[in-house]
Design a protein around this ligand. Structure first.
Ligand code: SF4
Length: 505
């Protein structure tokens, strides 16, 4: 298909293919190219503000990783080479062990519509039913802004499902929400298949009892623990969404209740609602969280009160015991972009810690309401869509015994000699549910806080080695050029004024 030239927007900005391109301009171009409906849906699903876009990695990494983790699912990216290089590099860094397809373009193939034809040809070539159940094609920033219409791809080739999604940095705030875009698109596809006729069972079989689908990537032991907690109510843990194989999507949709363990799965929740399923927020974390969650699941499934009490009594004393076993006496600030920040904060507080601040890059949704209210009742300041500046300001003001945060927060904490932990690598990669969750979190926190002396020694060691652009060992005085900085600043101010004037025309 070749687009008529008049409909094809050109991207003249030299930074248009980078994360530094002005978001409003890219939005406007995408809207003019027929993407308004998709962008409106994203704006409704992933509301911005108070901070517009938290500083996190390229959002497409979220959906790319979800696709790469699924068995018999191929992934293909369409975007600028530098973006694809970065995305594939990071996915291999995180152990993807699978190829990522790439359809390159140049300005000509982009503006003539040939890129779409190239994508379609590549999908046809890749659609081998012996190897794949589905192929996910992702438009990155530039193809989305140019309106490359993935929705016009065939929905199926040789029995291989084709799922096209747009994940532009200017329309999707975080990589967490990009996971939801793909999970939602797959559930939508699977729901249509299930409505059209019988669908196969997952390879691992399905639960013989009514089950609860679990939304959110968790430590592998957590769904097992959740299953044990549900058992006295005659229920089982269903598949985790994002799923690991296509057939699990049918089993997830088949669950009578879905739990939004991570609260940002708005598109996935829409699919569960469309399938007539109830959705429950929060998670079985800590004593109060587990008691409330089991009650909410029992309520959603219409389980008798004595059965709910039985399930609660079976686990709550052990959780209480684990929380009290190694209590925390520390002040902790916490920030992250995984979606589980509020749950971790609850667990820390129940373990005895003082947590004055929790920042999350995710938006406020109905599924985190109970957690936010629980934390607010205990005087915690919860900031949704928190920016790096919010997180740093909180850490600098509180001067905690431990800062749990993203890489730049941890880096700042180290500079200040404050013990710190990476949320993604060290907190998300542990169990959170049940007695094991409480014990495991306390263990890592106590070990990190014990590092304060070591942090102090490291600070002393690096004392005088400079900071920022004077960091490092200098033979003479650092070669500072404030005049260069000033003239560059003037250039930036001029560009900003020109952009403002352009807006007014
Ligand atoms: S696709 Fe990702 S890396 Fe590329 S410009 Fe957009 S946000 Fe940046």
């Amino acid at each position: 298909m070749t687009m008529p030239e008049a409909e094809i927007p050109t991207i003249a900005d030299p930074e248009a293919g980078t994360c530094h391109a002005p978001g409003e301009q890219m939005q406007a171009k995408a809207r003019a190219s027929g993407m308004a409906e998709i962008l409106d849906q994203y704006a409704a699903d992933y509301p911005k503000g108070p901070h517009d876009q938290p500083q996190s990695m390229c959002p497409a990494f979220g959906s790319l990783r979800v696709g790469l983790r699924m068995r018999r699912v191929g992934t293909m990216l369409s975007g600028s080479a530098c973006c694809v290089y970065g995305l594939t590099f990071v996915s291999h860094f995180y152990g993807a062990r699978r190829s990522v397809g790439y359809v390159p373009f140049n300005s000509e193939s982009l503006v003539t519509g040939k890129l779409f034809e190239d994508i379609r040809d590549a999908v046809h070539e890749m659609a081998d039913p012996d190897r794949y159940d589905a192929i996910v094609v992702t438009n990155l920033c530039v193809p989305t802004a140019s309106g490359v219409p993935l929705r016009l791809l065939p929905t199926e080739i040789n029995g291989v499902r084709i799922v096209g999604i747009d994940v532009p940095g200017f329309g999707v705030p975080t990589h967490a929400e990009a996971k939801d875009i793909l999970a939602g698109a797959m559930l939508n596809y699977a729901r249509a298949e299930a409505e059209a006729g019988p669908v196969p069972r997952p390879t691992g079989g399905t639960a013989d009892r009514p089950a609860v689908a679990l939304m959110g990537e968790m430590f592998p032991a957590d769904p097992v623990v959740i299953g044990q907690m549900l058992s006295p109510m005659g229920l089982a843990a269903g598949p985790v969404v994002p799923c690991r194989e296509w057939r699990e999507l049918y089993a997830a949709l088949d669950c009578g209740v879905a739990a939004a363990i991570h609260p940002f799965y708005t598109a996935a929740v829409r699919e569960f609602h469309a399938a007539g399923r109830k959705v429950v927020g929060s998670a079985p974390v800590g004593h109060d969280g587990t008691a409330a969650w089991l009650a909410a699941i029992g309520d959603a499934y219409g389980i008798a009160a004595d059965k709910v009490a039985e399930a609660q009594n079976a686990v709550l004393p052990a959780i209480r015991g684990a929380l009290a076993a190694t209590p925390l006496d520390a002040t902790i600030t916490l920030s992250g972009y995984e979606g589980s920040e509020l749950l971790v904060a609850r667990l820390l507080i129940e373990s005895g810690a003082r947590v004055p601040y929790v920042g999350t890059a995710c938006p406020k949704t109905p599924w985190s309401e109970a957690d936010a209210a629980w934390l607010a009742d205990r005087g915690v300041k919860v900031t949704f869509r928190a920016s790096l500046e919010d997180d740093l300001a909180a850490m600098e003001a509180v001067k905690p015994d431990l800062a749990i945060g993203t890489t730049p927060v941890v880096q700042k904490a180290k500079e200040a000699g404050i013990p710190s932990l990476y949320f993604t690598n060290l907190i998300s990669a542990r169990p959170l549910m049940g007695p094991a969750g409480a014990g495991s979190l306390q263990e890592v926190v106590i070990a990190a806080i014990g590092n304060r002396d070591r942090m102090g020694k490291m600070r002393e060691f690096f004392e005088g080695s400079g900071q920022g652009d004077t960091a490092g060992i200098w033979e003479g005085a650092p070669n500072l050029r404030p005049d260069f900085r000033e003239s560059h600043q003037k250039k930036l101010d001029k560009q900003a004024r020109a952009a403002k004037a352009q807006e007014m025309i």
